[in-house]
Design a protein around this ligand. Structure first.
Ligand code: CUK
Ligand code: CUA
Ligand code: CA
Length: 640
C-alpha cells in the first residue's frame, strides 16, 4: 500500500520514535491489552484521499487575510508556565497570555500589590509560590453553553484554582484547596441540581490526583492516604465542601442537568508506586450525587480536617453501598483510565482506557436510576466498552453523534460513532463504530472540538495537543515546542489543516464562538479604590517612614516629572492611567528596584518597596505609547 508522503510513518525518525514509544509503553506497562488495529497505513491514505475530496469547504481555511479576525476563541492551559493562553482560531495565532499562578514580566503580575494579593503572599510580602502547573481550563455555563463570565484553571503543583474574568481577560481570584495534593481535573457545573431557575454555573469541581495522609503527618503507610474531591463556589471562590473517597481523582466532568459530577480514577489500588497503581485490571469512574452531598453538608453529616473548616463528607465505597442514600457511585472501567468527557447530547460520559485500548460509554440516566434504586447493578450503566486503538486519552464531540479520541501510543485521533458503538456492544457485530482515523504529529494528549462540551457543539474544528513536535518545526535545540494541530471535522473524514508550534506545555483547552464574549476595551476608573482620578491629586504623602507616591499617566507624560523619598522609606507608588484611548497602555519601570508593571487605559496599579539605595533613578515608560514614549519618564530621587 502506498503511503502518504506527508505521513511521519515514512520518515525514518518518525518511525523510530513511534516504535520506541510503542515498545517502551507496551513493555513497561505490563498487561496492556493487545490492539488488533492495523490502521497506520490505511489512515494515511484515507487522509490524503479526504484532502482531495469534495465537501471540505473553504470556510475552514486557516489562512486569514491580513486584518481578518478569527471566528473562534481558544483558551489553552499553559502547563508549567502557569498561565492561560488565548488563541484565535482557525488561524492558531496566540493573541494573549493571562498570567495566573506565576509572575509575568510583561504586565507586572507578581510585581504589583494588586496581583500579589490575588496570588497570595507570605507574611514578609513575598509571593507564596512562584511556580505553577496549569492543565485544565473550563468556562462558566448558562443553558448548556458558555456565558462569557468566567473561566477557571488549575494549578497542579500547589493545588490552586484560579478564576479568569472573561470581560477583562485577567485572573481575579486564586484559592488554595485544603488537604489535597495534585489538584488536576476541573469542571464547573452546568446548572443547579435542585433549583431549575438556576440554569448557570454556581460551583466548580476539582479532582485531587495524589492521595496524602489526612492530616498530613508524614506517615509512610500509603494504605491510610486519602484523596478528596472538592467543590468551590463559583462566585466567592471559597471552598464549599469536600468528599473523601477511595482511590484518586484525575479528570473531571459534569452532567448537563447539574445532578452529577464525575472523575476518572486510575489508582483505585491506592498504590504509592506506579507498579502498584496498575496492578488491578479495572479502576473506576466515580460519580458524585451533588444534591445529596449538599443535603448531607446541611444536615451536619461531615467532619473537618486539621485547620480547615471545610465540611468533608464520607464518599468512600464502604459507606455508600446503599444506592438510596449513597453520595457516590463507583462505576468499574478498565485499567488506569484517563479522561472523562460529557457528550453534547447530554446522555453519556466517555472514559478513555489509557492502558486499555477501549473507551467506555456510561449512560447517565442509568447512573441516576441506580441512585434511585431502579438499576440493580451499577455496571449496567455501561452501555458500550469498545476497542478504538492504543493509549486512548481524551475525547471531543462534533454534535452529530461522533466522538474523537486521542490515541497517545498510536499517534492518532480516532473518530467513532457513539450509537454505533452501543449497537456493536449489544451484539450487532456489523455495526461499524470506527468512522475514521487520522495520524497526528505526534503523541496526542488533549483534544477538543469547537463548542465540544456544550449543547451547541458545531462539529467544525478539532484541535489536538500533540506532546511531541519532533521534526515539524525548525530545530531550536533540545527543547521542542508542542504541536497544536488543527483538523477539519466538518466532513466524514478528518482533514489535517495546520500545525501550530506553542511554547510548552499546554494540556486541555476549549474552543468557542467569538460571539459568546464581549471583552471590554478599557477599564473603569471607579473599579479601583486607589485610583488617582485627577493629575492634581498627584504628589508625595508622608506618614512617618511610610510614603505614598501618587502619579497619573497621560501620553506622553507622567504627572510627576520627579519625586523625592528618603533612604529607608517604605514607598507605595500608585499609578493611574488616565488615558481613555483603546490600546494606550503605559509601563512604569524603576531601575535597580526590580519594579516594572503596566497600566492599561483607566487602570490603577500600585507597588510597594523599600527605598534602600540612595541616588537618582529614571523611572520610565516601558510600553510603547506615543512618539515621545522614550521621553516619558519620572525621576525618583532617593535622598541619603
Ligand atoms: S492531563 Cu495532560 S494530556 Cu493534565 Cu488533562 Cu491528559
Ligand atoms: Cu507611556 Cu510609553
Ligand atoms: Ca489502576
Amino acid at each position: 500500500m502506498k503511503q502518504d508522503p506527508t505521513s511521519h510513518l515514512t520518515l525514518e525518525g518518525g518511525l523510530g520514535r513511534r516504535r520506541f514509544l510503542n515498545t517502551a509503553a507496551v513493555v513497561g506497562l505490563a498487561g496492556v491489552a493487545a490492539c488488533t488495529d492495523k490502521s497506520g497505513a490505511t489512515a494515511a491514505t484515507a487522509a490524503s484521499a479526504a484532502s482531495q475530496a469534495p465537501g471540505h469547504s473553504a470556510a475552514n481555511a486557516v489562512h486569514l487575510k491580513p486584518g481578518e479576525l478569527d471566528t473562534y476563541y481558544g483558551l489553552w492551559s499553559g502547563g508549567h508556565t502557569g498561565d492561560m493562553r488565548v488563541l484565535g482560531l482557525p488561524s492558531g495565532r496566540e493573541i494573549h497570555r493571562i498570567p495566573c499562578f506565576v509572575p509575568d514580566a510583561l504586565v507586572g503580575w507578581g510585581v504589583t500589590n494588586e496581583s500579589k494579593k490575588v496570588m497570595g503572599t507570605k507574611p514578609n510580602g513575598d509571593l507564596r509560590y512562584t511556580v505553577g502547573d496549569s492543565h485544565h481550563t473550563h468556562a462558566s455555563y448558562k443553558d448548556g453553553n458558555y456565558d462569557g463570565r468566567y473561566a477557571w484553571i488549575n494549578d497542579k503543583i500547589n493545588s490552586r484554582i484560579a478564576r479568569i474574568r472573561l470581560d477583562y481577560f485577567v485572573c481575579d481570584k486564586i484559592t488554595e484547596l485544603p488537604n489535597v495534593q495534585g489538584f488536576h481535573g476541573i469542571f464547573p457545573d452546568k446548572r443547579d441540581p435542585v433549583d431549575p431557575k438556576i440554569n448557570y454555573t454556581t460551583r466548580v469541581f476539582c479532582g485531587a490526583e495524589f492521595a496524602i495522609p489526612l492530616p498530613n503527618t508524614g506517615t509512610e503507610d500509603a494504605t491510610t492516604y486519602r484523596s478528596l474531591f472538592t467543590c468551590v463556589d463559583a462566585e466567592t471562590m471559597e471552598v464549599r465542601w469536600q468528599v473523601m473517597i477511595d482511590g484518586n481523582c484525575d479528570l473531571t466532568a459534569t452532567s448537563y442537568d447539574g445532578k452529577l459530577a464525575a472523575t476518572n480514577q486510575y489508582n483505585t489500588e491506592r498504590g504509592a508506586r506506579y507498579e502498584d497503581m496498575m496492578s488491578a485490571e479495572r479502576d473506576a469512574c466515580l460519580f458524585f450525587n451533588v444534591a445529596r452531598i449538599e443535603e448531607a453538608v446541611k444536615a451536619g453529616k461531615f467532619k473537618t480536617i486539621g485547620n480547615s473548616k471545610v465540611p468533608v463528607v464520607d464518599g468512600t465505597l464502604e459507606s455508600n453501598k446503599d444506592p438510596k442514600t449513597a453520595l457516590t457511585a463507583y462505576v468499574s472501567v478498565p485499567k488506569n483510565p484517563h479522561g472523562v468527557n460529557a457528550s453534547p447530547d447530554q446522555k453519556y460520559f466517555i472514559c478513555a482506557g489509557k492502558l486499555s485500548p477501549t473507551v467506555t460509554v456510561i449512560e447517565l440516566s442509568r447512573v441516576l436510576d441506580w441512585f434511585d434504586g431502579k438499576l440493580a447493578k451499577l455496571d449496567e450503566s455501561i452501555v458500550a466498552e469498545v476497542e478504538v486503538g492504543l493509549g486512548p486519552l481524551h475525547t471531543a464531540f462534533d454534535g452529530r453523534g461522533n466522538a474523537y479520541t486521542t490515541l497517545f501510543l498510536d499517534s492518532q485521533v480516532v473518530k467513532w460513532n457513539i450509537e454505533a458503538a452501543i449497537k456493536f456492544q449489544k451484539g450487532d457485530k456489523a455495526a461499524k463504530y470506527v468512522v475514521d482515523r487520522l495520524d497526528v504529529q505526534y503523541q496526542p494528549g488533549h483534544v477538543n472540538a469547537s463548542q465540544s462540551e456544550t449543547i451547541a457543539a458545531d462539529g467544525k474544528f478539532l484541535a489536538v495537543g500533540c506532546k511531541f513536535s519532533k521534526d515539524r518545526f525548525l530545530p531550536v535545540g533540545p527543547l521542542h515546542p508542542e504541536n497544536e494541530q488543527l483538523i477539519d471535522i466538518s466532513g466524514e473524514k478528518m482533514v489535517l489543516l495546520a500545525d501550530h508550534p506553542v511554547r510548552g506545555e499546554p494540556h486541555d483547552f476549549i474552543i468557542f464562538k467569538r460571539e459568546l464574549l464581549s471583552p471590554k476595551p478599557v477599564y473603569a476608573l471607579d473599579d479601583f479604590p486607589l485610583a488617582v482620578k485627577d493629575p492634581k491629586e498627584s504628589g508625595v504623602v508622608r506618614n512617618g517612614r511610610k510614603v505614598t507616591v501618587k502619579i497619573t499617566s497621560q501620553a506622553p507624560a507622567f504627572s510627576l516629572r520627579e519625586f523625592k523619598v528618603k533612604k529607608g522609606d517604605e514607598v507605595t507608588l500608585i499609578l493611574t492611567n488616565l488615558d481613555k484611548v483603546e490600546d494606550l497602555t503605559h509601563g512604569f519601570a524603576i531601575p535597580k528596584y526590580n519594579v516594572n508593571f503596566i497600566v492599561n487605559p483607566q487602570e490603577t496599579a500600585s507597588v510597594t518597596f523599600i527605598a534602600d539605595t540612595p541616588g537618582v533613578f529614571w523611572a520610565y515608560c516601558t510600553h510603547f505609547c506615543h512618539a515621545l514614549h522614550l521621553e516619558m519618564r519620572s525621576r525618583m530621587i532617593v535622598e541619603a
